[in-house]
Design a protein around this ligand. Structure first.
Ligand SMILES: O=P(O)(O)OC[C@H]1O[C@](O)(CO)[C@@H](O)[C@@H]1O
Length: 523
């Protein structure tokens, strides 16, 4: 068990206080430790616990001992040097000498890009193409930073708003028709009839006949077997991201919100936002209207952050999602998504490949995004959750309510690279399930996201103990076997600079315990 120092990522959409407060001095950055707690003037978006191949993306770990002295080294090097004991036999056999997952805590202050993660084969193809074009891997204009598709899962640490995947087409048409703008109308016409229907539609994009033919040529090869619905969704989406120019989205969306009676504010007030009904249009008028309002609300927030960017209208085609703390959603490669607001843990395959179509100051790559785009209107995928050994949900539309204050929940999507455990461990209590299950030959990363926790491993006679305060984390090698975690006292100050605790906190004397986030492989 070694302390791990997360890598901070400063992006414009990050928060000026959330991660700073959580992580304090527990961060690393390239050449040395960094006190993110003192950097409230900068928007801090993400803290990465990672062994990604690029130096600027791998976390450092502290090796050695408090008695003999510690030194920092990149986690990626530690794993490469001793893959068997560090990663375990199963993980090394499947994924080679590296961690197959990347864990982040993210703070979304304002909407971030309309994006898609590439499919595996597109990532491989794109990576090699950019390598042979000589584009440096850390070039901001690079789309493929590694060779992997990115499968992702989000677990909300606080209410978290997003738009994920395409909504049922009837919902898309309804939302688009609620907005009085020629581009929204042209998108709705395409969804309804397969094409733009008249001169008014064409004037919306300032171009004539060939538009549809150009768009159709952007479809991937797999489009040959797509349903007509998927083809229409592709065309409407592509129309906005390829041809939408300087649309005053803020004005038209505000007007639609106020005309519809602003359900958005009421909806934002509570409850899970995952779509609940079927895609057959069987939902009641009231719930359809409220879903339109939520689509509009997300689109408006995106438009206000990026005025003039027509791709905000694409959020009127997407499922609005509101997660409560402890709820989660999977983002398989190809899924269009926009994160709107909130604090969350994100775990993903070991990749930094993001293809953006809009709502960003970063590099956009519409052609590559369209090649990976999943155009099927499907409800967001909810990962399996397991509590006390009991498996629930999975692919269901409504997640089992996972109250993080009532113990630990294990979340896992239908892939093997990662799983995540989140929940509260009361002071003086030893977290039992699922930690023993995850002890079998798996590399783990444990982060204390609130309060404090005492971690203990025992290998032969060597007992190692560490107290984690808020923001501190440890990497637990597969070889360490069973990890015992006990809720410690209330020490909510920002993390210390080393993450090395003595294990001598007065467990049981204080009442708070801690909130545990633990990443592991799924097998
Ligand atoms: O590169 P951007 O647009 O800032 O977005 C980065 C974020 O988007 C995601 O890909 C969201 O799925 C995250 O993994 C990452 O945190």
């Amino acid at each position: 068990m070694v302390p791990i120092l997360p890598v901070p990522k400063w992006y414009a959409w990050g928060s000026y206080d959330r991660l700073q407060t959580m992580f304090g001095a527990a961060g690393t950055a390239g050449d040395g430790p960094i006190d993110v707690g003192a950097m409230t003037g900068e928007p801090l978006a993400e803290m990465w616990f990672s062994a990604h191949g690029q130096r600027s993306m791998t976390s450092d770990v502290l090796v050695g001992s408090a008695r003999r002295g510690t030194r920092r080294m990149p986690l990626a090097d530690l794993l490469r040097g001793d893959p068997g004991p560090m990663l375990g036999e199963t993980a090394s056999r499947h994924w080679g000498p590296t961690l197959p997952y990347l864990l982040k805590v993210i703070a979304v202050r304002m909407p971030l890009s309309l994006q898609v993660h590439p499919l595996d084969f597109e990532a491989r193809r794109g990576f090699h193409r950019e390598q042979s074009a000589g584009i440096p891997q850390d070039d901001p204009a690079r789309s493929f930073r590694d060779m992997q598709g990115k499968h992702e899962m989000v677990v909300a640490l606080e209410p978290f708003d997003a738009s994920v995947g395409f909504a049922p087409v009837s919902r898309q048409i309804r939302a688009l028709r609620s907005v009085r703008h020629p581009l929204a109308r042209a998108m709705a016409d395409i969804l309804q009839s397969g094409s733009m229907t008249g001169p008014a539609d064409r004037s919306a994009v300032g171009t004539a006949e060939p538009t549809m033919a150009v768009i159709d040529r952007m479809m991937p090869e797999s489009a040959r077997v797509w349903s007509e619905t998927s083809r229409r969704v592709f065309r409407a989406f592509a129309l906005a991201v390829m041809y939408g120019r300087d649309v005053d989205t803020v004005t038209v969306l505000r007007e639609a919100v106020s005309r519809l009676g602003d359900h958005a504010g009421q909806v934002a007030g509570g409850g899970t936002g995952l779509p609940t009904g079927s895609s057959s249009g069987s939902r009641s008028g009231a719930s359809a209207a409220s879903e339109t309002s939520r689509m509009l609300a997300n689109a408006l927030r995106a438009a206000e952050a990026f005025p003039g960017d027509a791709s905000a209208l694409c959020l009127l085609m997407m499922n609005p999602v509101r997660l409560r703390e402890g709820e989660s959603v999977s983002i398989p490669p190809g899924t269009p998504h926009v994160y709107i607001h909130g604090l969350a843990a994100e775990i993903m395959t070991n990749s930094d490949n993001v293809l953006r179509a809009g709502l960003t100051v970063k590099h956009r790559d519409v052609p590559n995004l369209l090649r990976s785009l999943n155009t099927a209107p499907v409800p967001p995928v909810v990962p399996y959750t397991v509590r006390d050994g009991e498996r629930r949900g999975g692919g269901a539309r409504r997640p089992a309510r996972c109250d993080p204050h009532r113990g630990l929940t294990l979340y896992h999507p239908c892939i093997d690279e990662f799983s995540l455990t989140y929940g509260h461990v009361e002071a003086g209590r030893v977290a039992d399930w699922p930690l023993p299950v995850l002890a079998q030959d798996r590399p783990r990363i444990v982060v204390c996201v609130d309060g404090s926790l005492c971690c203990e491993t025992e290998r032969s006679d060597d007992v190692r103990r560490m107290t984690l305060r808020r923001g501190e984390g440890v990497f637990v090698p597969a070889d360490d076997g069973l990890l015992r975690v006990t809720g410690a006292g209330n020490m909510t100050g920002a993390g210390n600079s080393t993450g090395v605790g003595g294990g001598s906190e007065s467990i049981g004397h204080q009442k708070t315990g801690g909130n545990l986030l633990m990443a592991s492989t799924g097998i």
